[in-house]
Design a protein around this ligand. Structure first.
Ligand code: UD1
Length: 363
């Protein structure tokens, strides 16, 4: 059997990796590495408890730091793992620093790399994720893409067509698999919410790190909360900056800690609208049929606009867009299968597994 090392490190990786590991079970020797980029239980442990993810075989404990510190810590840990285990393939997920670190180390050791969620582009190099995506894709042998636009980006960057495989979105496999557990009534009861409420999630450096940007954002959030109660599960990154900028649990705003997977998606499923700067939330709301207002100047996930519920509104445009969205007739929830982006059908994990196994067999 071929030996495959999967590298995960932060919250958004776990629901992407779970269906791939499941589909390869018994068909390859698998090693699951957690780099330790995220280490709080709320950003890591809860996903292993809730999703069908095996315990990581190794946790590198890389932790937080500057980009160079964090990327280097992951690289040093992975170099030892890859040298000792000599995998036939390293599988990396998404666009976080651990993704880039793993691709760099594997490439230098001449170990092939498969990138799940390849080819997304915001064309905004001020986002660390955009740097991570571009470099990871250049170093990958197998580019597993979630949407058709990604195929075009990769082709234009000179990636040979034979390496690119449009397989769909494994994070949506996880979402559809657990759909019955996303319970808006339970979320309303838990957080004492009325029938109509809003959810916001914010953690992008561009929104939460700079005091001026954080101040603008907080003022918009408090105004949004005048329409209906606004629940904000806070990522640890944004907490200090946003609170310093005046965000508090007053006048309709409810601040929460980061939530577990099913609790968060239960809350989102029942929301009148979601305000976010997350990539994954744009995708999840699209499939749940919940209006999403993205508070960024760009998105690497345009399929959530063309085939989903997402609107790119920036911070300035949120309140106008929110009033429009709240006045529209409700959409079916979740979105009917024919209204989802192509191949967001719950079977991306098995397709990814097949591409990987065929590729390994042909080597
Ligand atoms: C990372 C990813 C981002 C992803 C996000 C999802 C990169 C460059 N960014 O951003 O793409 O959308 O994860 O959550 O890889 N912290 C904790 N506890 C933790 C982890 C982090 O308190 O378990 C705090 C620390 O103060 C840390 C900060 O959050 O310095 C940032 O963490 P880091 O992993 O560097 O980036 P994220 O902002 O989480």
């Amino acid at each position: 059997m071929s030996r495959i090392v999967h590298v995960t490190g932060a919250r958004p990786n776990f629901p992407k990796a779970a269906p791939v590991l499941a589909a390869l079970r018994g068909r390859a020797e698998q090693v699951l590495v957690h780099t330790g980029q995220h280490y709080d239980d709320r950003l890591s442990r809860v996903f292993f408890d809730e999703l069908d993810l095996p315990e990581p075989d190794l946790n590198l404990g890389a932790g937080s730091g500057s980009h160079a510190q964090q990327t280097a810590a992951v690289m040093i840990g992975l170099e030892q793992v890859f040298t000792e285990r000599r995998p036939d393939l390293v599988v990396v997920y998404g666009d976080i620093n651990s993704t880039l670190a793993a691709a760099l180390v594997a490439a230098k050791l001449q170990i092939p790399v498969a990138h799940v969620e390849a080819g997304l582009r915001s064309f905004d190099l001020s986002m660390p994720e955009e740097v991570n995506r571009r470099v990871t894709d250049q170093l990958s042998d197998l580019l597993l893409v979630t949407s058709a636009d990604a195929v075009g980006h990769l082709a234009r960057e000179g990636v040979p067509a034979g390496r690119i495989h449009f397989v769909g979105n494994p994070m949506i496999d996880t979402l559809l698999r657990h759909l019955d557990r996303f319970d808006p009534a339970a979320a309303r009861a838990e957080f004492g919410l009325p029938e109509s409420y809003l959810v916001a999630t914010l953690h992008r450096p561009a929104n939460v790190d700079e005091p001026e940007a954080a101040g603008e954002l907080v003022s918009v959030l408090h105004k949004a909360a005048e329409r209906m109660p606004l629940v904000i599960p806070l990522h640890p990154r944004g907490r200090a900056g946003l609170q310093k900028a005046g965000l508090d649990s007053s006048s309709g705003v409810r601040l929460l800690d980061s939530l577990p997977y099913t609790g968060f998606l239960g809350l989102v499923r029942g929301a009148a609208a979601v305000l976010t700067d997350s990539g994954g939330v744009q995708e999840e709301t699209s499939v749940l049929g919940v209006p999403c207002l993205t508070m960024r100047p760009n998105t690497e996930r345009p399929v959530t606009i063309t085939h989903g519920t997402n609107r790119l509104v920036g911070v300035d445009g949120v309140l106008t867009a929110l009033d429009e969205v709240l006045a529209e007739p409700a959409r079916p929830r979740p979105a009917p299968p024919e209204q989802r982006p192509p191949l967001w059908d719950g079977a991306a994990g098995p397709r990814i597994a097949q591409v990987i196994l065929d590729w390994l067999a042909a080597r």
